[in-house]
Each structure stands twice: as structure tokens, then as C-alpha cells.
Write a protein that binds this ligand. Structure first.
Ligand code: A3P
Length: 329
């Protein structure tokens, strides 16, 4: 499950007759919790999310300056949203910074999973940043080829954040259990693990989604930036500067000397964000507690939870799937 939706919350009643017809022709399966998935353009979706995606494809009017933040679920989406907002807004705010009063998911909404899930023609005007000269920023988990269909050839910048599958799995396990108010049991972890290995996860297979952006970034590095959670943790200054350059708002020498890079990293740190009232309380439009997006934020937490056999199996699968691509974790 993604962070910003509770499957069924905005249920299948939103699915049009036309989409139902489409679904009837698609491969179908179930996720680790028995919820229905269908495979569209190579990825698995809940039926209502597919409707959001179709609405996006049919109705989104891109602007050339749009920025799209794409990610694998539980791979640092919230962090990427916060960093991008902080970068774009850095010269405009002091005490009234949007991140101080709103959860990053409210500031940067998901396309198929929020805006176009709720309406086939959502009003997007309020998502331009506070100054009209700022670009609009949206988020998605769909793979690159599916995203591009909705962008209709517009040269929007696309940033993709991914994370090693084992940590994302553990993050998802805790997230789902918190969200459903159930204990994080081994049996829930084991069924999530099986789904991951089979490639039948929401937006999965994991490797196909990641590879779509990896290949896209190699083909057109000025349009698609490929980022890893682990690299953000390892060298945050370098990665933040890379993101700023890519988005066309590099740090000036003066900014660097005055500590602007570190200031943004501090504002967007897990500790700072999770300490803010806006993130301690409240829920997303889809009913997820803001606080559930913040947990440990560590690399390698999987070592505390996966057996050596699970580690071996998932490593083998990922290695095989990524073979020859030049991408590794
Ligand atoms: P863990 O569950 O491993 O702690 P997403 O935002 O894609 O849903 O990913 C959630 C994961 O990112 C969680 O990982 C969460 O703790 C971590 N995270 C959230 N905000 C972060 C931040 N500001 N810095 C680093 N990690 C963050």
C-alpha cells in the first residue's frame, strides 16, 4: 500500500463503466492482504487507482515547468517532497514556510492517487507554489512510460527516488500495520515478502518500476534524475546540490557560504519534520495519519527483521532482474 491512500477508502464505486470494461480484459491478482489488483501497462493497481490513472491520462494538462516527483512506495517520497519544496521556496520564506504548517503530502499531492482519484478534472490552481513564477509540483508512483503518456510530450522535469527493496519492505510492513492499527506480526511481513518476490505489489513489480526510471535517466539525463535514498543519507549535501542543479535552481556561491544547503537539510530532516505539529497530528486527504510517514529513516533496518533465507532469496531475484542494466543496490 502506498502512504497516501487506503485502498478501498475511496472505493471502487469511483470506477466508471468504461474502466470496468477495461479491467475485465486485464490480468488480475491479489496483494498480500487479499485486495484486488489489475495489471495495466505492466504495473499492478487497485481498481480505484487505475481509475485515477485513467483520469490523469485523459485530463491532465501539463505545463512545461511542471516538476514530477516519482518514487517507489516507502522509499523516501515524503523526504523528496519536503526537499523539493524547500529548494524551490528557499528565497521566499522565513517564518511562514509552507513546510512548517503543512504535511509534505498536502503540499505536493499525488496525481493518480489523490488529485485524479477524487475527481476526473481536479482544480490544480492551488498547487502552484506561493509565487506564480514557481513551478507546479506533483507526485506519482506510476512507472515512467505510464507517467509520460499523461505528460503528452511536455518537457517536465522528473525526479525519481528509490530505495533498496528490503528496507522499503520493512518500512511498508510497519506502515501498513500502523495504518490498520494491528500488531506488526511475522505473518504479515511474510506475506508482504511473498508478494514482493512474486512482483505482485501495488505499483510493482518493484524492479520494473525502478528500471523504467533508471533507463529513462540514462536516455535523457536532463529530464529524468535518478536518486537513491541510501545516497541521500550517505552524502546529503552532494545529493541536494545535484537535485537543485537538475531543477534549474542551483545554489549560488553566496548561498553555499551562508549555509543554505545545510539549512534545508536540517529543515527537512526526519527529526525536524516529525517534530512539527503539522506532522504530529492530522491526516492526509485519504485518511492516513501524518505521523505514520516518519519512522526510523535508517539504511539497513531490514537486518533486524529478515532471515538469511529471505535475504538470499530477494537478493537473488533483484540481482537477476537488474542484470545488465548497470543499476544495483
Ligand atoms: P522507515 O520506515 O524505514 O523509517 P515514504 O515517504 O516514501 O513513504 O517513505 C517512508 C520512509 O522514509 C520511512 O522509512 C520514513 O521514516 C522515511 N522518512 C520520512 N521522512 C524522512 C526524512 N525527512 N528523512 C529521512 N527519511 C525519512
Amino acid at each position: 500500500m502506498d502512504h497516501n491512500e487506503v485502498p478501498g477508502h475511496l472505493g471502487e464505486d469511483k470506477v466508471t463503466e468504461e474502466t470496468k470494461k477495461l479491467i475485465s480484459s486485464l490480468p488480475k491478482d491479489k496483494d498480500s492482504q487479499g485486495r484486488r489488483l489489475c495489471k495495466y501497462q505492466g504495473s499492478w493497481y487497485y481498481y480505484n487507482t487505475l481509475q485515477g490513472l485513467i483520469n490523469f491520462h485523459n485530463n491532465f494538462q501539463p505545463q512545461e515547468t511542471d516538476i514530477i516527483l516519482a518514487s517507489s512506495p516507502k522509499s523516501g517520497t515524503t523526504w523528496l517532497k519536503a526537499l523539493t519544496v524547500a529548494l524551490l521556496e528557499r528565497s521566499k520564506h522565513h517564518d511562514d514556510h509552507p513546510l512548517l504548517s503543512d504535511n509534505p503530502h498536502a503540499i505536493v499531492p499525488f496525481l493518480e492517487n489523490n488529485l485524479y482519484l477524487k475527481s476526473s478534472t481536479p482544480d490544480l490552481t492551488k498547487y502552484s507554489s506561493s509565487s506564480s513564477s514557481s513551478p507546479r509540483v506533483f507526485a506519482t508512483h506510476m512507472p515512467l512510460h505510464t507517467l509520460k503518456e499523461g505528460l503528452r510530450g511536455s518537457p517536465c522535469k522528473i525526479v525519481f527516488m528509490c530505495r533498496n527493496a528490503k528496507d522499503a519492505l520493512i518500512s511498508m510492513w510497519y506502515f501498513i500495520c500502523k495504518n490498520q492499527r494491528v500488531e506488526a506480526t511475522r505473518s504479515i511481513l511474510e506475506s508482504l515478502f511473498e508478494s514482493l518476490c512474486r512482483g505482485v505489489t501495488f505499483y510493482g513489480p518493484f524492479w520494473d518500476q525502478v528500471l523504467s526510471y533508471w533507463r529513462g535517466s540514462l536516455e535523457d539525463p536532463s529530464r529524468v534524475l535518478f536518486m537513491k535514498y541510501e545516497e541521500m543519507k550517505e552524502e546529503p549535501c552532494v545529493q541536494l546540490k545535484r537535485l537543485a542543479e537538475f531543477l534549474g535552481c542551483p545554489f549560488t556561491e553566496e548561498e553555499e557560504e551562508s549555509g543554505a544547503v545545510e539549512k534545508i537539510l536540517e529543515l527537512c530532516s526526519l527529526r525536524s519534520l516529525s517534530d512539527l505539529e503539522a506532522n504530529k497530528s492530522g491526516k492526509t486527504v485519504n485518511g492516513v495519519d501524518h505521523k505514520f510517514f516518519f519512522r526510523k529513516g535508517e539504511v539497513g533496518d531490514w537486518k533486524n527483521h529478515l532471515t538469511p533465507e529471505m535475504e538470499r532469496r530477494i537478493d537473488m531475484i533483484i540481482e537477476e532482474k537488474l542484470k545488465g542494466s548497470g543499476l544495483s543496490f
